[in-house]
Structures are given as structure tokens and as C-alpha cells.
Design a protein around this ligand. Structure first.
Ligand SMILES: [Zn+2]
Length: 118
């Protein structure tokens, strides 16, 4: 069954909230992701290594957030174009349960698990 207008607007609200949260998260971690000053004499070798590892984790986390933000933004475009909720791979409708859990999904659960297996 295609999404009805109230389901569509519920999912649009979720996507807009998600986009705002992801943008805020990226803004607040931008400072922490700045390169470590490696030539600072005040920090020892071990804490430099710690700092570098921590920074790598922050950067990986930010990369995942950026990717999710892009997916959320493209889902908002699909809502405007009336293509939202269709699987990009098989063209079937994506289940409402899946869309509620991850409204930025662009594949149905079957195609997603097929992709993960391959
Ligand atoms: Zn599919």
C-alpha cells in the first residue's frame, strides 16, 4: 500500500529532525576533528598517540554522519518528487516499519539484505 498523506508527512518530519540533528552533531564535532598539533612539546609521545587515535575515531564518526545526512537530504528530495518510499533496486514499496526505523532508506528490506550478503 502506498504511503498516505499523514504517513508521508510524519516521515518528512522525522527526516527534517534527523537532518537538523546530524547537522548539529557535525557542527559540534568540527572543533574536535581539527588536526592535532604534533610538534607541541608539552604533550608526550603516548598522549600524542592517544590524541591521534581519538581523532581518527571522531573523523570516522563524522564521515558516517555526513553519509547519513546525505541520505536524509536525498530522501527529502524524493519526498518532494513523489518517489519516496520506493525501492531503488526493485521498485517495490519499502515497508512503513522500515521507513519509520530508518526514513532515509532507499531500498526495501529484501534488496538491502541481498546487498549485504553479496
Ligand atoms: Zn527492493
Amino acid at each position: 500500500m502506498p504511503l498516505d498523506p499523514s504517513e508521508r508527512s510524519e516521515l518528512r518530519d522525522r527526516l527534517e529532525t534527523l537532518a537538523r540533528e546530524l547537522e548539529a552533531g557535525l557542527r559540534s564535532s568540527a572543533e574536535a576533528a581539527r588536526p592535532v598539533e604534533l610538534d607541541q612539546p608539552a604533550i608526550g609521545r603516548v598522549s600524542r598517540i592517544d590524541a591521534i587515535q581519538q581523532q581518527k575515531m571522531i573523523e570516522a564518526n563524522r564521515e558516517a554522519q555526513r553519509a547519513r545526512l546525505l541520505a536524509v537530504q536525498s530522501a527529502l528530495v524524493r519526498i518532494d518528487e513523489g518517489e519516496f518510499g520506493e525501492c531503488r533496486a526493485c521498485g517495490e514499496e519499502i515497508g512503513l516499519g522500515r521507513l519509520r526505523a530508518r526514513p532515509e532508506s532507499n531500498t526495501c528490506i529484501e534488496c538491502q539484505s541481498a546487498r549485504e550478503r553479496s
